[in-house]
Design a protein around this ligand. Structure first.
Ligand code: ADP
Ligand code: ZN
Length: 620
């Protein structure tokens, strides 16, 4: 006999089986237990509370309140639920007073299975009074707290409103709660448990691995040209996100990409809100848009077919990096996480921490987090092993990151490091002040610049002792010395270099410095998608896991055009109607009757009834 939860999974959502951790979570919550769920992006968190919500409502326990910080996401999730025949609604600032009142009336009449609301709304006296009324009638079933890391200042997206959510537990202690997040290191996790008073919740931690994402971190040379080459060679016509640090750079890069024929749009907090919304909608709704954005963009973007995430500037920490790169490949098909990284990134991030007005303890934690990211960037071994290790997960080399695929040539930079460090020492002795990276490298390489003459640095015993090294090599050594703490950059004094405690071990030859040889760009390799299911033909997005013949391909295209129209009519992204994978499965099956459509993954009872006939018409 199948459990009621499995029946809901099949009938409502049209999926054959739970993904491994989902079932245990769903059953625990249906039975009234509290849960904290850590699952990577794309893992399938939504079903972990949506199915319990439906099951508990069927048992007469009333409504599930979903706390979600993101208005766009609420809209699309509620749209998707309604498409699947589930009574769902949202309460947020996009509703006018009339509409909000109507939702509230229906809430009190018990018409909803799920109600989505923003955290600041949930904790208002008005809303709590409504919850009181429902609770008194035994019709308050469950609280789901999405993006739970927002409660912690150690998370990357702290939202003070989340702190007030403890009221839910205090006021309705018997109502179960499920909190979910895709990112939390040990510190953040502990903080979530404490802040949301989830001490008694069962902890469900899924593997954080995203095997379909290929991680690449390459040395920054000419970032703009590198990005263009990456997109042209590997992602022509694909949807992707390019992250930059500044608004200015976002604008410049977006423009540059457009000039080269890439369908790119800018997104940052400085743009007019209406324009920002338009760009986000186009990214979600059109195919093959590249969004160039600051980190203001992306939270709650659950577009499944983002094929790459590129970083032109380094994020602050691994959590941010993992969250941002995690937006690629939610559909499980092959995707790339690609970052360029250089000395300037290290210097900038360190300076931002130094100059922030935060307290010393906070800065110390932030520096530790930055160090972890730097050592990921400098790593010569498997990136994934390190990433997962950061989240407390052990693994073996993955075979799908740059270091696994093309093991880097390593050279021993110890000698160069000692020459650089002793020059830094001598220069300070000699002149009484520190100097920046450029001048230090000039001395080591024996270049007679104006500055060298001005300070008489040609007379130093280290002048020219590293003439054999290229500037690129020395820059790499400096970057790694800073990344590992063997050298510091003094932001208060014009980014001058300073020796640290850690310098001594290198100077004394107790610590080796291993560096990756300057990386050559790997050849184009569109072919890696073949296995995991890539594109069958350039510019068309049929998942090739079901390699379609010509007739199938034309059915797929017809279905896609039809889906586009339905999506526009319903004002929803296309994938909310049907995923590409579902369309491809239909196209392959060439159904003649409604019965032929049954069992296609992604077609539940409501969608079969609503769209079945039309799909048959389109296909034939
Ligand atoms: P998350 O919120 O964890 O990032 P979602 O809940 O958006 O992930 O799920 C990611 C995708 O996986 C969605 O398209 C969802 O429909 C699909 N999905 C989730 N669970 C299953 C399942 N058991 N079988 C098939 N597809 C699933
Ligand atoms: Zn690897």
């Amino acid at each position: 006999m199948t459990s009621p939860s499995s029946a809901i999974l099949r009938e409502v959502f049209g999926y054959e089986a739970f993904r491994s951790p989902q079932q245990a979570i769903v059953e625990h919550v249906v039975a009234g237990g509290d849960a904290l769920v850590l699952m990577p992006t794309g893992g399938g968190k939504s079903l972990c509370y949506q199915i319990p919500a439906i099951a508990r409502e069927q048992q007469g326990q009333g409504v599930t309140v979903v706390v979600s910080p993101l208005i766009a996401l609420m809209h699309d999730q509620v749209g998707a639920l309604r498409e699947a025949g589930v009574a769902a609604a949202f309460l947020n600032s996009t509703l006018d007073w009339e509409q909000a009142q109507e939702v509230e009336r229906r809430l009190l009449r018990g018409e909803f299975t799920l109600l989505y609301a923003a955290p600041e709304r949930v904790t208002t006296p008005r809303f709590l009074a409504q919850l009181d009324a429902l609770h008194a009638r035994g019709k308050l079933s469950l609280f789901a707290i999405d993006e739970a890391h927002c409660v912690s200042q150690w998370g990357h997206d702290f939202r003070p409103e989340y702190r007030a959510l403890t009221v839910l537990h205090q006021r309705y202690s018997a109502v179960p709660r499920i909190a979910l997040t895709a990112t939390a290191d040990a510190l953040t996790r502990a903080d979530i448990i404490e802040r949301l008073q989830l001490e008694d919740a069962r902890l469900f931690i899924s593997s954080f691995d995203r095997p379909n994402i290929r991680y690449q971190i390459v040395e920054k040379k000419d970032a703009t040209a590198q990005l263009l080459r990456f997109i042209e060679r590997e992602h022509e016509g694909d949807a992707g996100i390019v992250y930059c640090q500044s608004r200015r750079k976002v604008e410049d890069i977006a423009q540059m990409l457009c000039e080269h024929g890439v369908n790119a749009l800018p997104y940052h907090a400085g743009l007019d809100a209406g324009l920002r919304q338009t760009h986000q909608d186009r990214f979600l709704r059109e195919e093959g848009v590249v969004m160039v954005a600051t980190i203001a963009f992306g939270m709650g973007i659950d577009k499944p077919d983002v094929r790459f995430v590129a970083h032109l500037d380094m994020p602050k920490n691994i959590e941010g990096y993992y969250q941002e790169t995690g937006r690629a490949g939610r559909d499980g098909l092959a995707a790339d996480a690609w970052m360029v990284y250089g000395l300037q990134d290290v210097v900038n991030q360190a300076r931002m921490i130094d100059e922030s007005p935060a307290g010393e303890e906070f800065k110390r934690v932030m520096r530790g987090k930055l160090d972890a990211l730097l050592s990921l960037a400098e790593a010569v071994d498997c990136r994934r092993v390190r990433l997962l290790g950061y989240f407390g997960e052990r693994s073996t080399p993955c075979g799908n990151c740059d270091n696994c695929l093309t093991p880097p040539q390593v050279w021993d930079g110890t000698d160069a490091a000692r020459k650089l460090l002793s020059t830094i020492y001598r220069v300070r002795q000699n002149s009484g002040i520190g100097f920046g990276a450029g001048h230090i490298m000039d001395i080591v390489r024996g270049k007679s610049t104006e500055k060298v003459a001005q300070f008489g640095h040609a007379s130093l015993s280290t002048f020219g002792i590293g003439a054999a090294f290229s500037e690129t090599q020395l820059r790499g050594v400096l970057r790694q010395l800073i990344a590992t703490g063997a050298l510091a950059v003094d932001a208060q004094a014009f980014n001058t270099l300073q020796l640290t405690e850690g310098s001594r071990a290198v100077l004394k030859g107790e610590q080796n410095v291993q560096l990756r040889e300057s990386v050559t760009v790997p050849a184009a390799r569109k072919s890696h998608r073949g296995g995991a299911g890539g594109k069958s033909a350039r510019g068309s997005a049929a998942p090739a896991s079901t390699a379609l013949d010509a007739a199938g391909q034309s059915r797929f295209e017809a279905l896609r055009a039809w889906r586009g129209e339905v999506a526009r009519e319903h004002n929803l992204p296309a994938y909310v109607i049907f995923h590409d994978a579902t369309l491809a499965a239909i196209a392959e099956r060439a159904p003649a009757t409604l019965a032929d459509l049954q069992g296609v993954s992604g077609i539940g009872a409501a969608k079969l009834e609503k769209y079945g006939e039309e799909v048959l018409r389109v296909v034939n």
